[in-house]
Design a protein around this ligand. Structure first.
Ligand SMILES: CC(C)(COP(=O)(O)OP(=O)(O)OC[C@H]1O[C@@H](n2cnc3c(N)ncnc32)[C@H](O)[C@@H]1OP(=O)(O)O)[C@@H](O)C(=O)NCCC(=O)NCCS
Length: 195
């Protein structure tokens, strides 16, 4: 299957599809506690049937052009992923998300993977606004939003109940012109560094 390298260390971004339900479930078992601190993904993947159903829901979104999911592998081990939970090509909006099992945290994998899918959404699909919804206490994910050049739009106060408390959800976003300007800055820095 095709794969995009995620820097050094043998990590790759690859399609994540319903036939990989068993591998996805095994990955979720390794990361269940960590991944589920602020998001319900592990609660949606509790056995082979629900794992397949979750991946099928994203296959359906891909078919209807309303979302995407990709896995991050290190060697032959699925360690996380990035997704567009929603994508509306007519409105030009998409909501991105991510997760990693603990062994893959702290290496920049999600930032690199998210950059690839956001760039695809902006440059190839004409998406204008990429959103990132994150629990206000989820510092690691907020740091990813910052690294992606996102701006905090605001807070959905006590948005929804999660594990016994209502979570404040921060909304972060990056707009297509901001995304392109940041890329140009990076290219300028690289050219400057080389000269
Ligand atoms: C959110 C989550 C994916 C962030 O993981 P992460 O590993 O911190 O994020 P990245 O892959 O972008 O890596 C960044 C880290 O790698 C380090 N790093 C190393 N090399 C790097 C590189 N080349 N580029 C960027 N960061 C690099 C960074 O310094 C940072 O570590 P630090 O926080 O100790 O400074 C992870 O905490 C997670 O899975 N949480 C549970 C699920 C979840 O909440 N998902 C988000 C829902 S909104």
């Amino acid at each position: 299957m095709f794969a995009i390298p995620l820097g050094d260390g043998g990590a790759e971004l690859r399609p994540l599809e319903p036939w990989q339900a068993e591998e996805f479930l095994a990955h979720m078992e390794r990361g269940r506690e960590y991944i589920g601190q602020y998001i319900g993904l592990p609660d949606a993947v509790t056995g082979l049937t629900s794992s397949r159903a979750y991946l099928q829901s994203y296959a359906d979104k891909a078919a209807s052009d309303t979302g995407r999911i990709y896995g991050i592998w290190v060697g032959d081990k699925l360690v996380g992923g990035v997704l567009f939970r929603t994508m509306d090509v007519t409105l030009g909006t998409a909501e991105a998300g991510c997760w990693l099992e603990p062994s893959a945290v702290g290496k920049g994998l999600v930032t690199r993977a998210a950059r690839l899918i956001i760039d695809w959404a902006v440059e190839e699909r004409g998406i204008h606004r990429i959103e990132w919804l994150v629990a206000a206490e989820n510092a690691a994910s907020i740091a990813v939003a910052r690294r992606l050049g996102m701006t905090k739009d605001g807070v959905l106060r006590e948005s929804h109940p999660y594990r016994g408390e209502r979570l404040d959800i921060e909304v972060w976003s990056v707009l297509a012109p901001e995304w392109r300007a940041a890329k140009e800055d990076d290219a300028g820095d690289l050219a400057g560094g080389a000269g």
